[in-house]
Write a protein that binds this ligand. Structure first.
Ligand SMILES: [Zn+2]
Length: 296
């Protein structure tokens, strides 16, 4: 299963609009603290070559009063929340360690990663949307954190999810992977870009490949998606049938691109580095687009 997918919580979208219901849930709620947008990892252990931890849910603490708190959902009858403990002050002393969300995805279970990812995306959005883009007034949190309301002009603002296409061009028995200019350590990955207003997924895939690699593609096939809370993307994994192997990298976004045969990609996934190309991390959908293609 892909990291950040498979969130098991009941988001109770009908009930969370009721402030009294949210207040009652908070009484016995469990809260996942974030500091510098890093979730608290508890019971961190090392063994058999890897670290493991649980999402560090805690009972409410009086000193958190006034902090942004959002309702995540119900785990059975248990209400779960997340609380933002800021970024400028020293790390709060709590039982556990604050881990960068990417690092946490490697040590938490898939379930806890999905829940922490939901929390991270929401808290991050609230941290950046305290003021009304319509009139500039401070806005208020509603619906347990799924809406902000401007008391001055009445405008409502909803947490965003930004669609990003991420695609693997295929020609015969080969796929094209690229090294972004921002990637260090020789990481080669699928191509990606934000879907722009007025575009379908297919059109976004074709435009991005044309812009970044001057690669012409025919059919685009959607594969699967992944929430990616950095800060609020939804990665839409696709395959694109290339019309030829001819490409020209743009040099500004993509520094280098290479066609990789299926047998090479199989070895690449196993050995993680092939001809100085590092494979995408297992938590990223790009890794699974390559793996699905190799195995399919
Ligand atoms: Zn306003």
């Amino acid at each position: 299963m892909l990291s950040f997918t498979g969130n098991p919580l009941n988001r109770a979208s009908a009930q969370r609009a009721d402030d009294a219901w949210i207040a009652a849930q908070r009484q016995a709620g469990r809260f996942l603290p974030f500091w510098q947008m890093k979730p608290l990892a508890a019971e961190v252990t090392s063994g058999a070559g890897r670290r493991r931890a649980k999402a560090g849910f805690l009972p409410w603490q009086a000193e958190w009063e006034g902090r942004t708190t959002i309702f995540l959902g119900l785990d059975g009858a248990q209400a779960l929340f997340a609380v933002d403990l800021g970024k400028d002050e020293p790390a709060p002393q709590l039982a556990g360690e604050f881990h960068d969300m990417r690092a946490a995805a490697f040590i938490l279970s898939k379930r806890d990663t999905a829940i922490a990812g939901q929390a991270k995306a929401l808290l991050d959005w609230h941290a950046r949307h305290g003021f009304c883009p319509n009139c500039g007034q401070a806005t208020e949190t509603k619906d347990g954190g799924y809406r902000r309301l401007c008391p001055a002009c009445g405008a409502e603002h909803f947490p965003r999810t930004d669609p990003v296409v991420i695609m693997l061009p295929i020609f015969g028995d080969e796929c094209l992977v690229g090294r972004n200019v921002r990637f260090v350590n020789g990481l080669f990955s699928a191509f990606a870009g934000f879907v722009e207003p007025g575009e379908t997924l297919e059109e976004a895939v074709k435009r991005e490949l044309k812009e970044e690699a001057a690669l012409a593609v025919a059919r685009v096939r959607y594969s699967r998606s992944q929430p990616w809370p950095f800060p609020s993307s939804l990665m839409l994994g696709c395959y694109a049938e290339a019309l030829s192997k001819d490409f020209t990298i743009d040099g500004s976004e993509i520094a280098e691109a290479r066609w990789v045969r299926k047998d090479q990609a199989r070895r690449w996934l196993k050995e993680e580095v092939l001809d100085e190309m590092r494979v995408p991390a297992v938590i990223a959908i790009a890794h699974h687009l390559i793996r699905d293609w190799v195995e399919g």
